[in-house]
Design a protein around this ligand. Structure first.
Ligand code: SAM
Ligand code: DTB
Ligand code: SF4
Length: 326
């Protein structure tokens, strides 16, 4: 008798899955670099135009004075980084910035506030900002800290397209970096955002001194959320003077590229955003990140409080690589 032949109904290499095991993710990280990039590029091409990059612009609408103690963050009150805390910006200033971002070619405008969670009149003002930015013809994104269900519903009602809230690192390493808000708090906020019908933007930060197993753990958590986040920002630590991580050793550039590649393979249909840290990256390193499946960036001279490449440098990089905006 012939042995039954196993014929998978689809190419399982490219399937969207939410049941990744840590060891599978670890094995991807451990692949020879060329095999990993080839795999990631195949997955990328199965779902996206390989030369298109989505462009978002950030604005810090409320800077500094944050009660949380995220070890990497220049905006925490727990560290003296010399940053002057500011109140929530006026709506008209935000709209001016959104118009400039649109004129420069951004498709999404992301408003960030250094809050544990939004409250009262300030939250009402943010809702108005969301409505007004959307009316300018931009996709809207906000990152305001923790949300409850009613706040998520109100943001949806105002027209919010994306909410950014990161898991940051693995559950095991998390306590080394943040003590004022738990991993479960973050998962709860993500649940409220999903339930409200807002697209989730959720990723993390690497170069905090975590092990490869923690990077695998972070990506495994992201990939096993009930739905893959629509966009997955991967930040490389920007070392800010006065933060506990200012002296942290640089993460190896190729290990960072591997992290992007594994994110691409685990979350085939998500936009993987090459986020903070690009100023310190060479063009060649960024090119490898795009080859590994990154297909989104923050565009504009500033992230929230730290620098980002000049738009002229990014325009030149896109031209050199033959990339175009998604
Ligand atoms: N305060 C809000 C919150 O944490 O929910 C939103 C803003 S917070 C600045 C968004 C993300 O930016 C963090 O989760 C972290 O991943 C990233 N980030 C903050 N400081 C950074 C730094 N110095 N270098 C790289 N990424 C950073
Ligand atoms: C994300 O993951 N990265 C962005 C955005 N979401 C809000 C913020 C990066 C912040 C880098 C440090 C700063 O400029 O303050
Ligand atoms: Fe506050 Fe966000 Fe910075 Fe943490 S990352 S200290 S929550 S602004």
């Amino acid at each position: 008798m012939n042995k039954p032949v196993h014929r998978p109904s689809e190419n399982t290499q490219f399937a969207v899955r939410n049941d990744w095991s840590r060891s599978e993710v670890g094995q991807l990280f451990d692949l020879p670099f060329n095999d990993l990039l080839f795999h990631a590029q195949q997955v990328h091409r199965a779902h996206f135009d390989p030369n298109a990059v989505q462009v978002s612009t950030l604005l810090s609408i409320k800077t500094g004075g944050c009660p949380e103690d995220c070890n990497y963050c220049p905006q925490s009150v727990h560290f003296d980084t010399g940053l002057e805390p500011e109140r929530l910006m006026d709506i008209e200033q935000v709209i001016d910035a959104a118009r400039r971002a649109r004129a420069a070619g951004a498709s999404r405008f992301c408003m960030g506030a250094a809050w544990r969670n939004p409250k009262g009149k300030n939250f009402q003002r943010v809702l108005e900002m969301v409505e007004r930015v959307r009316a300018e013809g931009l996709e809207t994104c906000a990152t305001l800290g923790m949300l409850d269900a009613a706040q998520a519903a109100a943001l949806k009602q105002a027209g919010l397209d994306y909410y950014n809230h990161n898991l940051d690192t693995s559950p095991e390493f998390y306590g080394e970096i943040i003590t004022t808000r738990t991993y479960d708090d973050r998962l709860d906020t993500l649940q409220h955002v999903r339930a409200a019908g807002i697209n989730v933007c959720c990723g993390g930060i690497v170069g905090l001194g975590e092990a490869r197993a923690d990077r695998a753990g972070l990506l495994c958590e992201l990939a096993n959320l009930p739905e893959h986040p629509g966009s997955v920002p991967i930040n490389r630590l920007v070392k800010v003077e006065g933060t506990p991580l200012e002296q942290e050793a640089d993460i190896d550039a190729l290990e960072f590229v591997r992290t992007i590649a594994v994110a691409r393979i685990l979350m085939p249909k998500s936009y993987v955003r090459l986020s903070a840290g690009r100023t310190e990256m060479s063009d060649e390193m960024q090119a490898l990140c795009f080859l590994a499946g990154a297909n989104s960036i923050f565009y504009g001279e500033k992230l929230l409080t730290t620098g980002n490449p000049d738009t002229a440098r990014d325009d030149a990089l896109f031209a050199r690589l033959g990339l175009h905006r998604a």
